[in-house]
Ligand binder design. Structure first.
Ligand code: ATR
Length: 273
């Protein structure tokens, strides 16, 4: 039986073992997938041991995505651009291959929703690791991206890095205010909701706009989606589909078969777990 795990800290909250178990049932594969608590000091050694014992692959979540990236021997292009890895594959020749499936997971979920039409204007809020991880696949899907970040310089530096792959620009608060209603989809890629803080954005921005939060909550709307709703947005989606999407592309890398994400997303929403 092929062995996999998700590594993070904390990890108790992770839905990945459950999602991969559902994938295994759906695709009739025998896989073992565990949640592993990474140690802040010993993560690299832990991961090495995990692969020495015969594991075929790993998912990596916060706060280890950048550290796992540094451990790998070879990379996908999207992973190199993200400078962070969420999927490791132990290759037959012993090398560790790193990929980042977050962006394709998001794109697959947007496509599922009918929210990924070519040449749309997408506003991405945030310019940290989560934003950087999804820019390349979204640009490849012909999305025209505007980046807004509290620290403007970080958005500027991401635009410089990704400009050669498509249409991408920054906007400051005043420019967003002028461009109200100009966006087809607004995506929250900040860590805001996690801290339970509110966001400072022009209120007109959200009216009649589709809003996607990369964070998720199976019980109720996320704080960011609640905020967007209070500003007039009615088409709201949280990131549970992105979570399932990125997991599905990891599973494909390891097992060679891409699970169908739709029934898994429905199942998680229906059962609330
Ligand atoms: P992650 O890997 O989750 O993206 P990160 O790299 O620390 O985490 O990035 C967090 C993002 O959320 C950044 O864009 C950050 O803005 P800054 O670059 O200005 O720090 C954004 N963010 C976090 N707290 C925020 C807040 N209170 N208001 C606005 N943006 C916030």
């Amino acid at each position: 039986m092929n062995q996999y795990a998700v590594w993070g800290n904390p990890i108790i909250q992770s839905k990945s073992p459950h999602i991969h178990q559902l994938f295994a049932q759906q695709t009739e594969r025998a896989v073992m997938y565990q949640a592993m608590l990474g140690d802040e000091k010993l993560f690299e050694q832990q991961l090495e041991q995990f692969f020495v014992k015969g594991a075929k692959g790993a998912n990596i979540t916060a706060p280890f995505k950048e550290r796992a990236f540094k451990l790998a021997d070879c990379y996908s292009e999207r992973c190199l651009l993200a400078e962070a890895c969420n999927t490791l594959v132990k290759l037959e020749d012993g090398r560790l291959y790193a990929d980042n499936t977050d962006g394709v997971g998001l794109a697959a979920d947007l496509a599922r929703l009918g929210w990924l039409l070519p040449r749309q204007n997408i506003l991405i809020l945030g310019a940290g690791g989560a934003a950087k991880g999804v820019l390349y696949p979204l640009l490849q899907a012909e999305q025209r991206i505007t980046l807004f970040n509290r620290t403007h310089e970080k958005a500027v530096s991401l635009v410089k890095k990704f400009a050669k792959f498509g249409v991408i620009q920054t906007a400051c608060w005043e420019e967003l205010n002028d461009r109200d209603r100009d966006f087809d989809v607004i995506i929250n890629a900040t860590s805001l909701g996690l801290q339970g803080k509110s966001v400072d954005l022009p209120s007109s921005l959200f009216k009649d706009t589709k809003v996607y939060d990369m964070q998720y909550s199976l019980e109720s709307n996320t704080p960011f989606l609640n905020y967007a709703h209070s500003q007039g947005a009615n088409m709201l989606q949280d990131g549970i589909g992105m979570l399932v999407g990125q997991a599905a592309f990891s599973f494909e890398l390891w097992e060679g078969v891409l699970p169908n994400i739709m029934p898994i997303i429905s199942h998680l929403k229906m059962t609330g777990q």
